[in-house]
Write a protein that binds this ligand. Sequence first.
Ligand code: GLC
Length: 485
Amino acid sequence: MQLEDLVIDKDIEAEAWEALEKSIVYYHGRPIGTVAAVDNSSEALNYDQVFVRDFVSSAVIFLAKGRTEIVRNFLEETLKLQPKERQLDAYKPARGLMPASFKVVSIDGKEYLDADFGEHAIARVTPVDSCLWWIILLRAYVVATKDICFAYRPEFQTGIKLILELCLANRFDMYPTLLVPDGACMIDRRMGIYGHPLEIQALFYAALRAARELLICEGNPGNQDIVAAIDNRLPLLCAHIRQHYWIDINRLNDIYRFKGEEYGRMAVNLFNIYADSLPYYELDKWLPIKGGYLAGNVGPSQLDTRFFSLGNLMAIISELATEEQSQAIMNLIDERWENLIGDMPMKICFPALEGEEYRIVTGCDPKNIPWSYHNGGSWPVLLWMLAAAAVKTNRIDLARKALAVAQHRLRKDEWIEYYDGKKGRLIGKQSRKYQTWTIAGFLLAKELIDNPQHLPLVSFEELPQELVSRACEFEINTVDSSLYL
Ligand code: GLC
């Protein structure tokens, strides 16, 4: 690629801004979010709603440009939608949950917000990621405006607390990771990501870090226990992911020679992973010497070796991954450019599930056929996370190259939601046009490359040392303490 190809076209940027403005939703005359897509050529379904996860991309670019009002309104209005009472009806959203999406409805000339917590969604999936993104966005707003008093308001303190009570509640499993049902995040369909998927863990980690900065104990005695619970959880979660999710050629070698059926404290193969369940011949070819990544999921006799972009990129941005691991992930993206970036940045996951595995794992989902949509499709929204990870690791050239690959096609194809095919050359079979997070993702990627000083809106530094040392004292047996550092 020539240097001039790396120059971002000003006209494309101006068109993207125009399209983003058109996606803004007003409530009582005030901007409160952006719709998922402004596409009149296909049935709206719920694409005419404001999705919490989709809005984050728009929100961060608005914050970077000083347009804080829309984000403030969004945070205030979504907070009002969060259920505050214990729910006895199991079909109703639990206390603390945030909706997947909402829309403005007009009854007798009066406007209301109608929220969907997954009870209307296709397959009734729970949007676990919404409440995590919500805390991350609240913290981004505070970073941008320096208005910490906004987050200290009692209703926000309660909102954060209710989310954390939901996430930190005792459950049956004994891992520091968060146990969730299938389709609980960006991949909101059955894709074999139930259990402890990386995407949720990376967002959980970032949300805990954000909540730790935003919660104030003074005047809120109830917050003390929550803060203590976060302090306990953070280092354990961090070390667990760094150790058990990590795959590189050395780790693959260890797993390849793992013994099974180990009982008791001294077990090395804690999760009883059987090497035969892994595509190790493929991985042996695919893993570059200096590359590595975090696995998609870890559980009893389960190591999902698919590469999931959002989880890996957010792990870099939030510093859930070590500095060395972050560099290795970026090396992998660089060395396996054709697979992970191809003709449209970037693959949601790699490789796709095919054949019998596709049929069993997705339930024969025609939208998720191999190399389409969530099953190995390419999603331009991921560009901004790639850019943020590139800034964080000082690999900006990779982001520049990816943006240059994307820009002309994005405009020509009218800001498509996703692309299909092994290299991302086909316009997604059921893809929407003028998909807002595609537009915002492009603008935000460009902004982060041009003005890396905006990175702290979404990024975190390494965990404070005192938390790490405390966790080392009681968890030394199960995790390698060097991984905290
Ligand atoms: C699809 C995506 C989901 C997104 C929604 C609206 O369902 O899988 O992540 O939030 O569309 O764009």
